[in-house]
Design a protein around this ligand. Sequence first.
Ligand SMILES: [Zn+2]
Length: 144
Amino acid sequence: MSAETLLSRLDKVKQTKPGNWVARCPAHEDKHPSLAVGERDDGRTLVHCFAGCAVHEVVQAVGLSLSDLFPEKRSNETHAIKGERRPFPAADVLRCIAFEALVVLTAGAALLAGQPFSDADRARLVVAVGRLQAALDAGGLTHG
Ligand SMILES: [Zn+2]
């Protein structure tokens, strides 16, 4: 399957460069595009939700299955993805996590201004930090 089949079932699809798109994730309540989609020369379609949804959740939400992301000849599906150091362009990673960065920015500004932190603020910050960390890992942007 080409990435087009998947893209045609997603909302707010935006091409960021040839073979790369961002879109709203169908597997969670996604107000901002958190889903990166990449089409590779070997025919594979890469999918990553930067809010943390699993790939199978994303494809199932639009009525596809994991095998639809791979070309006819399938070999060692998950390993193929794991072995890839930087599956998505850094700019797309940042675009997908911009909202989380904003949450952290707002929290940081409030903290510096000496404003009190509610439990809800704190909980949302924990979620944002976790997502940013996961996104950086997925984008190959962390050291080690
Ligand atoms: Zn998601």
